[in-house]
Design a protein around this ligand. Structure first.
Ligand code: NAD
Length: 290
């Protein structure tokens, strides 16, 4: 990288805490190098206490943009000039773009999921999705799927602290899009089976299947699935969750969370640079298979 940094190189940040484990710097810098773009992407340990000063600093230094992760995703909008419709509906921002001093917040997680489906040859537009989850990843997918034209979404979640958020998501989708959304308690497994039965796609958008819940799924047995059902998971570590293993055994087409991770980065990359991320190259370099 040393060879390509000059006085003209523009900075793109990633602000979160903790953040040193992130694969985003490697992904974006590899893509800049591949395309010969004069940017550098660096991670900064920033939490809510230092967030406002960081955003002021970005403005003062004319930084091109930044990705944002927890704990800043849900509060950074306060310091921006505007947010996209999806970011407003999700109540979260994962990408900030600085256009001549105007800071706009976007959320690319949902776009990332929808683009990953397309890349895997899966067309959900006009169809029914059943999805489990009401947290950050789930809300972004549900909102984007509704905005993009998925006809019907049945959302299931535990009656935990996330349930009220799902109630708001369902309200927003029904009021602001043409999609019909309904919320159910995940404890009602008969209902879950019934909703999956006439869905085109079933998605896990919770941490079920990754540590500390690795090897587990809330789907009690393979009779909930059928060979022509598409089954996807936002989890990418492990690459094959207990849900995806069961789905493969039934004969379902499956997709893990690596595609969403890659394409949410690609969507941010496009916002920062105006260029398409070299997807096939990134898949090879990052060993992405889904
Ligand atoms: P979050 O904390 O915002 O939400 C957690 C969700 O999990 C809630 O819906 C909660 O009700 C549910 N949950 C927790 N324990 C559960 C249990 N025992 N049974 C059923 N549901 C349970 O988390 P998040 O940021 O939305 O992340 C969720 C998962 O998505 C994580 O595994 C994360 O790694 C993954 N993720 C993947 C990508 C990607 O690009 N592929 C992006 C973001 C998050």
């Amino acid at each position: 990288m040393g060879e390509r940094i000059t006085g003209h190189t523009e900075l793109i940040g990633l602000i979160a805490y903790p953040i040193r484990h992130s694969s985003s710097p490697a992904m974006h810098n590899e893509a800049f190098a591949k395309l010969g773009l004069d940017y550098a992407y660096l991670a900064f340990e920033v939490d809510n206490d230092t967030l406002e000063d960081t955003i002021k600093g970005f403005r003062a230094m004319k930084v091109r943009g930044s990705n944002v992760s927890m704990p800043n995703k849900t509060v950074v909008h306060k310091y921006l000039d505007k947010v996209s419709e999806a970011a407003e509906l999700c109540g979260a921002v994962n990408t900030i773009v600085n256009d001549n001093g105007v800071l706009t917040g976007h959320i690319t997680d949902g776009v990332g999921y929808m683009e990953a489906l397309k890349d895997a040859g899966i067309d959900v537009i006009g169809k029914k999705m059943t999805i489990v989850g009401a947290g950050g990843a789930a809300t972004a997918i549900e909102i984007q799927a509704a905005l993009d034209g998925v006809a019907e979404i049945s959302i299931f979640n535990k009656k935990d602290q996330f349930y009220a958020r799902a109630e708001q998501t369902v309200k927003d989708i029904n009021e602001r899009t043409k999609c019909k959304a309904t919320l159910y308690d995940l404890a009602d497994l008969d209902k879950l089976k019934e909703e999956i039965a006439d869905s085109y796609i079933f998605t896990n958008a919770t941490g079920m299947g990754m540590k500390p819940l690795e090897g587990q799924t809330y789907i009690p047995d393979p009779s909930f699935l059928r060979p022509d059902l598409i089954v996807t998971d936002v989890v990418y570590s492990p690459r094959e969750t207990a849900l995806l293993k069961m789905a493969k055994e039934v004969g379902c087409k499956t997709m893990n969370g690596l595609g969403m991770m890659l394409f949410q980065g690609a969507a941010a990359f496009k916002l920062f640079t105006g260029k398409d991320m070299p997807i096939e190259h990134m898949k090879e370099v990052l060993d992405i298979k889904y």
